[in-house]
Design a protein around this ligand. Structure first.
Ligand SMILES: Nc1nc2c(ncn2[C@@H]2O[C@H](COP(=O)(O)OP(=O)(O)O)[C@@H](O)[C@H]2O)c(=O)[nH]1
Ligand SMILES: [Mg+2]
Length: 437
């Protein structure tokens, strides 16, 4: 590659800055730029609740800095960096409040801050653990797919920000549908995955190899790779931690640059694609005669409203089915419904605005029968996840449509100039994207 990734990132930042439509993409690229320059790596610990994530973070930092517990404890993303001991809470409204470490629980404990009613967006901690010294940011996340919907959303959003992920599994619950789901989506974004299978103190030593083999096979097939980094550990008693810790440290030391570049490249590709789709939509909408645009808009709005009410209908029917035995069946059914909605939206946008508006569909392999343990999952959480996913799907498109309407002025010359500008920008973005692997 003749252009270095940093050059491409810089070009993308400038290019996206030339259009007010791509502000969101530009700020995402800015963030990438900053990360490349600072050479800081973000390693996050992700997994379902109660797998032992917070315990692992404490064990690796050799300090009981995070609260852990038998009930779901962590309710917000907690970033930990090297520095003199301190803590700060970031709220949704942008306020950052320094607190004492002892007060941490009041903000990140699900019991003390139920449903995150305090509107905490994240917490930052500083401590002088040697593990963090090389500039590594260590992140503890709430449980993926836990009964508390806002928790899983936060973890999902966060995986996009991470350069490496320690994905936490546990011997006491076989890999389940939620974990499978999560990994399928997450593998696109993080450059490196370390898998830790926790609580090995709970199994007989001679049973462990078979379990690890089961995990290895399943994870390789999920991640679509031939080999993975898999570590049997006991976060509580310290077994296996040294291997995991030194592997991460070694990778960070020898390949900060490669890890970052690979991760930035993947993220940049994703951003450029979404910028181009957005431009296409504006471009085609601006070119439409006013009457046709209005009618397309109205049809699209009707379609969105119909999807939202359909999802409500589907969810309310689920109230009747209380049995958790039907978890897998219902989970699959909802995924199929969601895929169906994505298809309806894609085809409506392409019909009404003449562009390929692509949504990733979730792949389902219903014929394979894993043995699931759903003691921690329930239909209510599935239902909530489904509702929030459909709402997000509709809201995103709706706000883009509203912006297009604002962008279109009565003045034909302005519109014509904007169309031309979009066209040029689109070509430049395509060129830039072709420089990436
Ligand atoms: N036996 C055993 N229990 C563990 C281990 N790691 C964590 N736990 C327990 O699992 C529960 C959940 O731990 P926590 O770190 O809060 O999980 P998180 O929700 O994933 O952050 C707590 O009761 C921990 O004491 C381990 O290695 N072995
Ligand atoms: Mg936790």
């Amino acid at each position: 590659m003749s252009n270095s990734i940093i050059d491409i990132v810089k070009q993308a930042e400038t290019l996206l800055g030339t259009s007010e439509i791509c502000k969101e993409e530009q700020s995402r690229v800015k963030e990438l730029h900053h990360r490349l320059e600072s050479q800081d790596i973000t390693v996050s610990v992700i997994g379902q609740f109660k797998r032992g994530k917070s315990t692992l973070v404490n064990a690796i930092l050799e300090e009981k800095i995070l609260p852990v517990g038998i009930v779901p404890v962590t309710s917000v993303v907690t970033r930990i960096q090297y520095g003199e001991k301190s803590a700060a809470v970031h709220f949704d409204n942008g306020i950052i409040k320094p607190i004492k470490i002892e007060e941490l629980s009041e903000y990140i404990n699900e019991q003390e801050n139920p449903g995150n009613k305090l509107c905490v967006s994240s917490v930052t901690l500083h401590t002088t653990s040697p593990f963090l010294k090389e500039g590594l940011t260590f992140v503890d996340t709430p449980g993926v797919g836990s009964a508390h919907k806002h928790n899983s959303d936060a973890a999902y959003a966060f995986v996009k920000e991470s350069d490496a992920v320690i994905f936490m599994l546990s011997v006491d619950s076989p890999i389940n549908e939620i974990e499978i789901d999560f990994l399928r989506n997450a593998k696109e974004y993080a450059a490196k995955f370390y898998f830790a299978v926790n609580k090995i103190d709970n199994v007989e030593e001679d049973e462990l190899p078979a379990y690890m083999e089961y995990c290895r096979k399943l994870l390789c097939s999920l991640m679509e790779v031939d080999s993975i980094m898999l570590f049997p550990v006991s976060a509580k008693y310290g077994n296996g931690l040294e291997a995991l810790k030194s592997k991460i440290q070694e990778d960070c030391k020898t390949s900060v640059k490669e890890i970052l570049e690979e991760s930035v490249e993947r993220k940049l590709k994703d951003i450029l694609s979404s910028a181009r789709v957005r431009l296409d939509l504006y471009w085609n909408a601006l070119k439409m005669p006013a009457g046709r645009l209005d009618s397309s808009f109205n049809q699209m709005k009707t379609c969105l409203a119909e999807l939202e009410s359909k999802s409500q209908e589907i969810a309310s029917e689920l109230n009747m089915e209380t049995s958790n035995d039907k978890y897998v069946e219902i989970s699959n059914r909802l995924e199929i419904e969601l895929n169906q909605m994505r298809k309806v939206l894609s085809s409506s946008v392409s019909q009404l605005f003449g562009i390929e508006y692509h949504y990733e569909l979730t792949e389902l392999n219903i014929t394979e029968n894993y043995k699931f343990d759903h003691s921690e999952d329930n239909i209510e959480s599935l239902k909530n996840r489904f509702l929030s996913q459909t709402k997000q799907l509709c809201d995103e498109l709706d706000s883009t449509l509203n912006l297009i309407l604002m962008y279109r002025e009565k003045n034909t010359i302005t519109v014509a100039r904007r169309i031309e500008d979009l066209n040029i920008l689109n070509r430049q973005l395509r060129k830039l994207k072709s420089l990436l692997h």
